[in-house]
Design a protein around this ligand. Structure first.
Ligand SMILES: Nc1ncnc2c1ncn2[C@@H]1O[C@H](COP(=O)(O)OP(=O)(O)OP(=O)(O)O)[C@@H](O)[C@H]1O
Length: 637
C-alpha cells in the first residue's frame, strides 16, 4: 500500500488560469452557482460508482447508501461538500483538476476580448464546473480516494487558485471526495445555514441522490408550562426528495423545476429555450426529458463535441454522450432517456445495433422535430432565435436522416429575393404560398455570400418575372441542397445549374422569341466556340439574363461551384469542371463585339468569360492575365 508522501507543486495549464481569472471577474453577480456545480459533480460521482458496481458489487464495501453531504464550520469559515461516490486516483486528480481536457479550449480562450460583458457571455457557453469553487473561496482543498484503485490511500489537492496547486498522497479513511472551500473575506452569506439550505434545496431537489445537511444537536428544552421537549442528537438531514425529476408526474413539476434541472444536466447558466417530457409506452417503454438550449455551446462546431443526451436504465445512470440516442444534426439537444427495456450492463457496442436503441432514437428525434415545429407555429420570434443559433446544425439533417427529410425541411429558414435583408426567415411553406401561377419549382441559388447570391446575373430573369429565389450562402448550404431535391412534391432547382426551364412561367410568345433569337445568333455562337475552345463545355444563348452580357452555368450532372469549393477546402482533389457559357445576344457589348474581326472578338470573348466566372466563382485561376486583357481592351477603346 502506498504511504503518505511528499507534497508536489504543479502549475495550472494556461487555459485553467484564463478560466479562473475570467470566472472570478465575470460571475460575481451569480456566485451561488458554485454549489450547483459541486453538488452536481458529487451526484455524477455517485452515478458513476453505481454504474461500476453493477458489475462489481464489492465496490460498495460496507457503504452502499450513496449520498452528498454538506457541512459548515463557522469558526474555520469553511463549507465542505462530501460524497461517497467514485472518487479519483492521483492521476485523475492531476488531469481533472489541473487541466481542461476538452479539445479546442485554447482556441476558445483565444476569442476572449478583455471586455467583461462580452467575455462573461462566453464563459456561460463554456461551463465552469469545479473551478467555480474559486468564485467564493480563496483556498480549495480536495481530499479524495478512488473506489476503483484499491491500492491507493487517498490524495489531497490544494490550491489558492493563483496559478498553481499542490498535490500530496494522504490517508483518507473512506472512498469518495471531500471538497473544502475556505471562504473569501466578505462571503459570509454562505456561512448562514438558512441561506445555504435554501440554495442547496433549489439545486438538489430534482437529483436522484439524497443531499444532506448536518443538523446540530438540540438540547432538552422546558416550556413555560414546565413541559419538556426531549433533546435531539445531531444528525444528517436529507434536504431533497431524492426522487429523480423525470420519474415524477408532469403535472406535479413546475417550470422552475424543469429549468433548474436543465441547468444541472446541461451545465448551462441560462434557462432552456424549451423542453419536452414524455413517458412513452408501447413495444419499447422509456421516459425522455429533452431540452433545447437558448445558446450554442462553445464547441458546437467541434466534431468531437459530446452529444448531450444521457442514458439511464431503470433510473441508474449508464452513460453520458450516448450518441446512438440522438442523430448528429440534433447534437445541441440536452437531457436524458431512461428505459427499463435495456439491461443494466449495456455497453456502447450493444447500443450500436439494437432494436430498442433505434426505437428510442426514432421516437426522440420525432419528438424534437415536433417540438420545434410547434415552436415555429406558436412563437415565431423564439423560433427565429433558435434558427439563428442552431439552424446551420439542423441543415445537416436532410443528408443524415432521410426518413425525416420532409419534417426537417419544414423547419428550414432561408433568405430570399422576397425580402431585402440577409436574415434567414423564409420557410419553404412561405415560398410555396407565394409561388406564381404556372410555377412548379422552388428556385434557389448558392453563393459565397448573401451579396454574391443576390447580385448573381442568373437571377435577372427571375426578377423580371417576379419569381422568388432563395438565396443561400452558408458553407453547409450546397451540401444541404444536394440532399434536398424535393419539398411537398415540388422539385428544388438551382438557378445556376442545367437548362433553364421555366415551365409554364414562359408563355408561348416567350418561347417563340427565344427560338428566333437562337436561330439568329447561330453563327455568332460558332465564333464564340472557336474563340473560347476548350475553356468552356458549350456556348449557348441565355434565357436568364436581361442586364448582363454573359454568365456561366454548371451542367446538370457536373459538380457545382460551391460543392467544388467545399471539397477543395476539405483538402480533396476536385476534378476540373468546365462550365456552360451563356451569352445574351441583346446586350450592347455583345452586339458591339459581333462586328469585330476574329482577333478582337477572341479578346472580348475571353474577357466576358472571365467576368462571368468572377461573378459566379468569386475568383479566377489566373487573375493577372484577366487584368492584362482588360487593360488592353481599355487602351484599344
Ligand atoms: N466529486 C467528484 N468526484 C469524482 N470526480 C470528480 C468530482 N468532481 C469533479 N470530478 C472530476 O473532475 C472532472 C472535472 O470536473 P469539472 O466540474 O471541472 O468538469 P465536468 O463536470 O467534466 O464538466 P462541466 O464543464 O460540464 O462541469 C469531472 O469530469 C470528474 O471526472
Amino acid at each position: 500500500m502506498a504511504e503518505a508522501g511528499q507534497t508536489e507543486k504543479h502549475g495550472f495549464q494556461t487555459e485553467v488560469k484564463q478560466l479562473l481569472h475570467l470566472m472570478i471577474h465575470s460571475l460575481y453577480s451569480n456566485k451561488e452557482i458554485f454549489l450547483r456545480e459541486l453538488v452536481s459533480n458529487a451526484s455524477d460521482a455517485a452515478d458513476k460508482l453505481r454504474f461500476k458496481a453493477l458489475s462489481d458489487n464489492s465496490l460498495y464495501g460496507d457503504d452502499s447508501e450513496l449520498h452528498v453531504r454538506i457541512s459548515l464550520d463557522k469558526d474555520a469559515r469553511t463549507i465542505t461538500i462530501s460524497d461517497n461516490g467514485i472518487g479519483m486516483t492521483r492521476d485523475e486528480v492531476m488531469n481533472n483538476l489541473g487541466t481542461i481536457a476538452k479539445s479546442g479550449t485554447a482556441e476558445f480562450f483565444g476569442q476572449l476580448s478583455g471586455d467583461q460583458a462580452k467575455d462573461s457571455q462566453l464563459i456561460g457557453q463554456f461551463g465552469v464546473g469545479f473551478y467555480s469553487a474559486f468564485i467564493v473561496a480563496d483556498e480549495v482543498v480536495v481530499r479524495t480516494r478512488s473506489a476503483l484503485d484499491k491500492g491507493s490511500i487517498g490524495v489531497e489537492w490544494r490550491s489558492k487558485g493563483e496559478g498553481e496547486f499542490e498535490i500530496t498522497e494522504t490517508e483518507k479513511a473512506r472512498r469518495g471526495t471531500d471538497i473544502i472551500l475556505h471562504l473569501k473575506e466578505g462571503e459570509d452569506e454562505f456561512l448562514d445555514e438558512f441561506r445555504l439550505r435554501g440554495i442547496i434545496n433549489k439545486y438538489s431537489e430534482h437529483l436522484s441522490i439524497p443531499v444532506q445537511m448536518w443538523k446540530e444537536p438540540v438540547p432538552e428544552q422546558e416550556g413555560e408550562d414546565g413541559e419538556k421537549t426531549p433533546a435531539e442528537p445531531g444528525k444528517w438531514e436529507t434536504v431533497n426528495s431524492g426522487k429523480a425529476l423525470w420519474t415524477r408526474d408532469k403535472a406535479e413539476i413546475s417550470d422552475d423545476e424543469y429549468k433548474e434541472f436543465y441547468k444541472t444536466v446541461a451545465h448551462d447558466f441560462d434557462d432552456p429555450l424549451l423542453w419536452s417530457h414524455n413517458k412513452v409506452e408501447g413495444t419499447t417503454e422509456y421516459t425522455s426529458l429533452l431540452y433545447i438550449p437558448k445558446r450554442a455551446p462553445w464547441d458546437l462546431w467541434n466534431r468531437e463535441q459530446q452529444h448531450g443526451v444521457k442514458l439511464y436504465v431503470k433510473r441508474v445512470f449508464i452513460m453520458d454522450d450516448a450518441e446512438q440516442l440522438m442523430p448528429t444534426y440534433l447534437r445541441f439537444v440536452k437531457g436524458l432517456i431512461d428505459t427499463n427495456d435495456l439491461p443494466l450492463n449495456v455497453s456502447r457496442e450493444i447500443l450500436q445495433d439494437n432494436k430498442i436503441t433505434r426505437a428510442m432514437r426514432n421516437g426522440s428525434t420525432k419528438k424534437v422535430l415536433q417540438m420545434l415545429k410547434k415552436l415555429a407555429k406558436d412563437d415565431s420570434e423564439q423560433y427565429q432565435q433558435f434558427w439563428d443559433t442552431f439552424g446551420n446544425v439542423l441543415k445537416e439533417g436532410p443528408a443524415e436522416d432521410h426518413a425525416n427529410r420532409e419534417r426537417i425541411a419544414e423547419l428550414l429558414r432561408f433568405s430570399s429575393t422576397h425580402g431585402d435583408s440577409s436574415a434567414q426567415t423564409v420557410s419553404l411553406d412561405d415560398y410555396i404560398e407565394r409561388m406564381k401561377e404556372g410555377q412548379d419549382k422552388i428556385y434557389y441559388i448558392v453563393a459565397d455570400s448573401y451579396e454574391a447570391a443576390k447580385n448573381n446575373p442568373a437571377l435577372e430573369i427571375f426578377r423580371k418575372k417576379g419569381v422568388e429565389v432563395l438565396l443561400l450562402s452558408d458553407r453547409i448550404d450546397e451540401w444541404l441542397m444536394s440532399h434536398l431535391t424535393e419539398f411537398k412534391d415540388k422539385p428544388l432547382q438551382s438557378v445556376t445549374r442545367g437548362d433553364l426551364d421555366l415551365g409554364e412561367l414562359d408563355d408561348e410568345q416567350d418561347k417563340q422569341e427565344q427560338e428566333k433569337a437562337e436561330e439568329a445568333f447561330k453563327d455568332q455562337l460558332k465564333r464564340f466556340e472557336t474563340a473560347l475552345g476548350d475553356k468552356v463545355k458549350k456556348v449557348r444563348v441565355t434565357h436568364r439574363l436581361t442586364d448582363s452580357p454573359a454568365c456561366i452555368i454548371t451542367d446538370e450532372h457536373d459538380m457545382s461551384t460551391q460543392m467544388a469549393k467545399l471539397m477543395e477546402a476539405a483538402g480533396q482533389k476536385v476534378p476540373e469542371t468546365k462550365y456552360i457559357f451563356e451569352v445574351n445576344p441583346n446586350h450592347p457589348l455583345v452586339v458591339k463585339m459581333t462586328a469585330k474581326d476574329d482577333d478582337a472578338f477572341k479578346q472580348w470573348a475571353e474577357v466576358l468569360l472571365d467576368q462571368a466566372t468572377l461573378a459566379e466563382r468569386g475568383s479566377l485561376k489566373d487573375p493577372a492575365s484577366f487584368v492584362t486583357k482588360l487593360n488592353k481592351l481599355m487602351l484599344d477603346a
